[in-house]
Design a binder for this molecule. Structure first.
Ligand code: C5P
Length: 410
C-alpha cells in the first residue's frame, strides 16, 4: 500500500455509534473500532452487560478515545438520557456483534438495557441501523432467527454478513461475524451515493498471459488495481458487478462476482456470453494483442545453439470492439494506456472501438501503483480527473458513467 491509499479517509466526518452485544465475536470489535477510527470516523461505543463479559470497556475506550456507555442509568449525561443523546448526532448505529438474543429483542422493540433502548429511541429516518450478526450456525439457521432477521430488514435495518467458516465452537458453517476489514468495507460502501442501483456492470481487469511453452509466456505490467477499484466502486454505488480478471493476486472486492481467466481468448469467452445480462461494460484489462500461434508442448531449450528461437504470433480477439459491435450493446467504456499524446490516442481509440467513452491514463506512470490520473474523453469533450488513489478515481468514474446512462434512459 502506498501513501496515497493509506491517507484516504473514507469515513471522515462520520459519527458512528458502535454497539456490542454479547458474543465471542466481541474480540473482533477492538480491531473494528480501530479500523473505523483510522478511516476517519468518530466512534462512540455502547456495550451490553453481556458484551462486557467478553471484552472490557477499558479496551474500547482506549481505542475509540471516548468513554464507553454500558448502562441506561449512567448519570454522566446532564439530562440523564444517554439513550436519547447518543444517537442524535450519529450518522448510523452499527451493532457488531449482533447476537441472536439482541436481534430478537430489537425485533420486538424491547428496551430493557441501554443499547436496545437507544436503538428503539433513535431517529429512524436519519440514523440507520446496521447489524453484523454473530452466532453459532444452528442459531443462525434456526427459523426463529431467520424470521427475526427478515423482519428487521423489513423494518429498515441493513444486515452485514454473516460469513461462513470455522466457528469459535469448533463447528463450521454460516454465522460468524464478518472480519473487521470486511465490515469496514461494508460500512464505507453503505455511505457511498447509490447511483447504480438496479444496474449490472461487467468489468475486465488485469493483464492476460499468453503461453509460449509450459514455463514462459507473454504478459504485461498491468496490476489489475484500477479494474478492481472500479468493481468495488460500482458495487458501492449499488450495482451488481461481474469482474473478469486476468492473472493477478488481488482480493475480490466484497459483493463482486469474480471470474478468473488467463488468456485473452479465455477473457473473450467469459465476457461475450455475459454481456446480455449487463447494462455497462468497462474494459480495463491490458489484453495482449498477440499470442504465439502454437504452444510448444515442451520447454524450449538452448541446446547449445546460438540461434535465438523464433515463433509466429497470431492476433487475439479484441474484446471491447466485439462487445461494442453487438446490436444490443451495453454502455461501453474503454481504457487507453499510453506513454504520450494521451488525448490524441484516446480520441483515435474512441472512433476505432466505436465506444462512447474512453478513459486515458499514462501506462508506465500508473502500472502497479495505487494512484493514477485519468482523462475522460468522449466525442465532444474531455475531462481530467487529477492524481488520486485508484478507488477515489474509480468512484468519480462510476459517478460519471451513472450520470451518462441516466441521461440516456430518461
Ligand atoms: O486496442 P487497445 O489495446 O489500444 O485498446 C485498449 C482498450 O481495448 C482497453 O479498454 C482494453 O481493455 C480493450 N481491449 C480488449 N481486447 C483486446 C485489446 C484491447 O478488450 N484484445
Amino acid at each position: 500500500m502506498d501513501g496515497a491509499v493509506s491517507e484516504r479517509l473514507d469515513l471522515a466526518g462520520k459519527h458512528l455509534v458502535l454497539g456490542l452485544s454479547g458474543g465471542i465475536a466481541c474480540y473482533k470489535a477492538a480491531e473494528l473500532t480501530r479500523a473505523l477510527v483510522k478511516a476517519g470516523a468518530t466512534v462512540q461505543v455502547v456495550m451490553t452487560e453481556a458484551a462486557a463479559q467478553f471484552i472490557t470497556p477499558v479496551t474500547l475506550q482506549a481505542l475509540s478515545n471516548r468513554s464507553v456507555y454500558t448502562s441506561q442509568w449512567d448519570a454522566r449525561e446532564p439530562n440523564n438520557m444517554a439513550h436519547i443523546n447518543l444517537t442524535r448526532e450519529a450518522d448510523a448505529v452499527l451493532v457488531a456483534p449482533a447476537s441472536a438474543d439482541f436481534m430478537a429483542k430489537l425485533l420486538h422493540g424491547r428496551a430493557d438495557d441501554l443499547l436496545s433502548l437507544m436503538c428503539l429511541a433513535r431517529p429512524i429516518e436519519r440514523c440507520p441501523l446496521l447489524l453484523a450478526p454473530a452466532m453459532n450456525r444452528e442459531m443462525w439457521a434456526h427459523p426463529a432467527t431467520q424470521r427475526n432477521v427478515a423482519q428487521l430488514r423489513a423494518d429498515g435495518a441493513t444486515v452485514l454478513g454473516p460469513d461462513t467458516g470455522e466457528q469459535a465452537c469448533r463447528e463450521f458453517g454460516e454465522g460468524r461475524m464478518l472480519e473487521p476489514e470486511d465490515l469496514l468495507e461494508e460500512v464505507v460502501a453503505f455511505f457511498q451515493p447509490k447511483s447504480l442501483v438496479g444496474r449490472r456492470v461487467l468489468i475486465t481487469a488485469g493483464p492476460t498471459f499468453e503461453a509460449i511453452d509450459p514455463v514462459r509466456g507473454i504478459t504485461n505490467l498491468s496490476s489489475g488495481k484500477m479494474g478492481f477499484a472500479i468493481a468495488r466502486a460500482a458495487r458501492e454505488a449499488g450495482a451488481q458487478v461481474t469482474l473478469v480478471a486476468g492473472p493477478v493476486h488481488l482480493p475480490t472486492p466484497r459483493g463482486v462476482q469474480r471470474v478468473d481467466v488467463r488468456t485473452a481468448q479465455q477473457m473473450f469467452d467469459a465476457v461475450l456470453p455475459a454481456v446480455p445480462q449487463h447494462d455497462v461494460f468497462v474494459a480495463t484489462a491490458a489484453v495482449a494483442d498477440w499470442r504465439p500461434a502454437s504452444l510448444s508442448e515442451q520447454k524450449i531449450k538452448k541446446n547449445g545453439s546460438k540461434v535465438a528461437p523464433s515463433f509466429e504470433l497470431t492476433e487475439n480477439p479484441d474484446i471491447l470492439a466485439a462487445v461494442a459491435r453487438l446490436p444490443r450493446r451495453p454502455f461501453c467504456v474503454g481504457f487507453a494506456a499510453e506513454s504520450h499524446d494521451l488525448l490524441k490516442h484516446a480520441r483515435e481509440k474512441l472512433v476505432r472501438k466505436n465506444v462512447p467513452l474512453i478513459v486515458g491514463n499514462l501506462g508506465p506512470a500508473t502500472f502497479g501503483r495505487d494512484d493514477n490520473a485519468l482523462l475522460l474523453v468522449d466525442a465532444h469533450s474531455q475531462r481530467e480527473l487529477p492524481q488520486a488513489d485508484k478507488l477515489t478515481l474509480a468512484r468519480q468514474l462510476v459517478a460519471e458513467i451513472a450520470s451518462r446512462i441516466t441521461a440516456m434512459t430518461t
